[in-house]
Write a protein that binds this ligand. Structure first.
Ligand code: BGC
Length: 717
């Protein structure tokens, strides 16, 4: 399509409508005909509706076709709509939430899952997914931690790239869809972990931690970027010229589409940043947002702003060309339905192949936090009690698109299927509500069952809507009812495992000692129950490691491993002293640090060695360490490499992840792992915001979590 020629035919009104996005139900007349319902609330005219450029929130191929048909019947220039959707961890077949996928440290698996989601989405008529979310997360109170791959900037970058590759491929396959990275910027740093709250941070922290995954996404060729709801230093992102123009467009050279978040233009009024919708449009134009999601500022005030010289036709044309270019790339001018196909939906949704991939992902994302020997369960157990509010329900998690709980394998169903010869009984044990108190009847019933059973699986934590957008928590510990249930069952039956479902780290300081074994299952998706059964029976091992630190207590939040150094650090985190950076009542360290996780096999890493004590610029050093399987089972572990820049012109983090490798070892076997470090790996933003490696000493740590102490030094000259 000659999009420039097409642009030349467009009226200003049509251009502004391309720059506007509304829910699908705004674009089809309801039974009364004409402009009614949500479109009326937005005061849209029939002309504006017919010329709209894109839509979101629709259900499947049939509806997509209906909406596209309705649109094309009235769109003067026959410009098809683009259909966008939040496909966050699967479309209908649901894989584990992104935070869980972070725990796999497996970029290939991440790519495969995203590609699976793209296949189902494309069949359902989706051409753009509002994913990946690459917001760095440090405060487990924030409900949207579940959408991130965690607290580490290096891992997040790798995972962002893998997702983009999985969705977009190279746009040569019919199921390739466009990705939209979000939320630019710093949404994950909402003060107090409360969603939509303000963000205020230094450029040092912004550059160091919050921007890199966006930069990686831009470099990986992401087609779209969404701005965030929050303010940053007093400016809402929808109107933040510095973020969008100076950093994203000019510094990084991003020339694709920028979209706002849902209704975020108009929220600039609520922020007290704009007086009215006219000013919202003015600020958003100045920032350079191309598409306004679910509000009407551009469409209503673009003309006036143009006449008053507050926006130029060149700027509007540039935005419209970006939008038309994506439509062209997606092939919509040739086929406005793209891949929407109800037959293909039936073939792909919940197919055995897709379920198998989700099962693998759920197995590889479950983190074994504690095991006093209660696990694994023997294949010979005959009486199993499955207890808890999340035992008999498919745990697909928030943002599970078209996923349905009833299509997912619950723990109860998974264990029954895995152990057909066993008797498997269920009890709720307690209410799942956040602040639930003990119900003695439910508790007694559960304790009876625990007495009867050879082994017990407790299914606790958070339900689907206890994390996700708008679902922040001030207290991230388990309810009294859940704690009492754990204590009761653990006392009665030593072969009991606490299985936690959650969209965030939970504070387990008050209960961990009472548990025999603890598994963090996150929200594992369609095949969660089968994966858990395979894990507890040791049909597969635990491979995942934490992508976010788990605190003892919520008061430690935000807590993360890669913090900047202080002048009065606490040594070893054990010895108390006066006037040092510490809490009086809790350790500084988390209960379970980033990178931590157990396996059935057991490993040891010898102190690392470096190929040379000197690294000249442009050269590399090799860091090696011997890893030994000291357990009785064969298995694999994740060996992690962290660096510390000992002295620099700005304070550097205590540790920074710079590499990881999965190592498989037979019982008793050893292997040497090697990592190569180059100058790039030592770079950071100095005080002048230049990305440089400064000469001087570096420590390198190699171990099995971010709490590793063993290190070796080299000097960059
Ligand atoms: C969320 C975005 C999402 C959008 C569209 C917003 O409320 O913040 O992440 O993509 O809705 O559904």
């Amino acid at each position: 399509m000659d999009i420039k020629a097409l642009l030349a035919k467009m009226t200003l009104e049509e251009k502004l409508a391309q720059m506007s996005q509304f829910n699908a139900n705004c674009l089809v007349p309801d039974s009364e005909g004409g402009v009614t319902g949500p479109a009326k609330t937005l005061e849209l005219t029939e002309e504006e509706i017919s010329a709209t450029g894109s839509t979101l929130n629709f259900v499947g191929a049939a509806e997509m076709k209906r909406v596209q048909d309705t649109h094309l019947k009235s769109d003067r220039l026959q410009i098809p709509l683009i259909f966008m959707q939040d496909v966050i961890h699967g479309y209908r077949t649901i894989y584990p939430i992104p935070l869980a996928m972070g725990a796999t440290f497996d970029t290939e698996l991440m790519r495969d899952c995203a590609e699976m989601a793209a296949k189902e989405s494309a069949a359902a008529g989706v051409q753009v997914t509002f994913s990946p979310m690459v917001d760095l997360v440090r405060d487990a109170r924030w409900g949207r931690c579940m959408e991130s791959t965690g607290e580490d900037v290096y891992l997040n970058g790798l995972m962002a790239k893998a997702q983009i590759e999985g969705y977009q491929g190279d746009f040569t396959k019919k199921h390739n869809i466009a990705a939209c990275v979000k939320h630019f910027a710093c949404y994950g740093a909402a003060e107090s972990g409360r969603d939509y709250n303000l963000v205020d941070m230094s450029n040092h922290t912004l550059r160091e931690y919050y921007l890199p995954a966006f930069r990686t996404s831009v470099d990986a060729g992401v087609e779209m970027l969404m701005t965030s709801f929050n303010t940053l230093g007093g400016v809402p992102s929808s109107g933040n010229k510095w973020l969008v123009q100076d950093i994203l467009r000019e510094e990084w050279g991003f020339d694709k589409i920028v979209i706002s978040d849902y209704n975020a233009f108009r929220e600039m009024k609520t922020h007290g940043f704009c007086k009215d919708n006219y000013e919202c449009a003015e600020r958003a134009f100045a920032a350079g947002t191309d598409i306004e999601m679910m509000s009407n500022c551009y469409i209503k005030f673009g003309k006036q702003l143009l006449e008053e010289g507050k926006v130029t036709m060149e700027q509007i044309d540039e935005s419209v060309l970006r939008i038309l270019a994506l439509k062209d790339k997606l092939g919509l001018f040739d086929n406005p339905y793209a891949c929407a196909d109800t037959e293909e939906e039936k073939r792909l949704f919940l197919s055995e192949e897709h379920r198998a991939l989700c099962r693998t992902a759920a197995e590889k994302s479950a983190v074994l936090l504690k095991n006093d020997g209660a696990l694994p369960f023997s294949e010979d157990i005959r009486r199993v009690a499955v207890i808890g509010p999340y035992a008999d329900i498919g745990m697909i998690g928030f943002w599970s698109c078209m996923g349905r709980e009833e299509e997912a394998v619950s723990v109860l169903a998974g264990i029954k299927a895995a152990l057909p010869a066993a008797e498997v009984r269920y009890a709720a044990g307690c209410d799942g509500a956040l602040l639930a108190r003990t119900d003695t009847e439910l508790l007694d019933e559960a304790l009876e069952l625990a007495k009867w059973a050879d082994a017990v699986v407790l299914c606790l934590g958070e339900g689907r809507n206890m994390s996700g957008e708008g679902n922040s928590r001030a207290d991230i510990s388990l309810s009294d009812a859940q704690c009492e249930l754990i204590r009761g069952v653990s006392r009665i039956n030593a072969r009991s495992v606490v299985t936690l479902f959650s969209g965030r780290p939970l504070a387990l300081g008050n209960i961990i000692d009472d548990c025999h074994a603890v598994i963090e299952m996150w929200q594992p998706g369609t095949e969660g129950g089968s994966a858990l059964a395979n894990l507890i029976l040791a049909r597969c091992d635990f491979e995942a490691r934490l992508p976010m630190s788990f605190p003892y207590h919520v008061g430690q939040a935000p807590i993360y491993y890669n913090r900047f150094r202080t002048g009065r650090p606490k040594k070893n985190d054990t010895k108390a002293g006066a006037y040092i950076s510490q809490y009086l009542d809790y350790p500084n360290a988390p209960l379970f640090p980033f990178g931590y996780g157990l396996s059935y096999a057991d490993f040891e890493v010898a102190p690392p060695k470096v190929s040379s004590p000197l690294m000249h610029r442009g050269e590399t050093v090799t860091v090696s360490a011997e890893v030994k399987n000291i357990g009785e089972r064969d298995g694999s572990t994740l060996v992690q490499l962290y660096i510390r820049d000992m002295v620099a012109s700005v304070v550097r983090p205590v540790k920074e992840l710079r590499g990881f490798a999965r190592v498989s070892l037979k019982a008793g076997e050893s292997k040497t792992v090697e990592f190569t470090l180059d100058e790039e790996a030592l770079k950071f933003y100095n005080i002048n915001e230049e990305f440089v490696a400064e000469s001087g000493e570096f420590s390198v740590f190699v171990g099995l979590s971010s709490a590793v102490d063993e290190c070796v030094q080299f000097t960059l000259e």
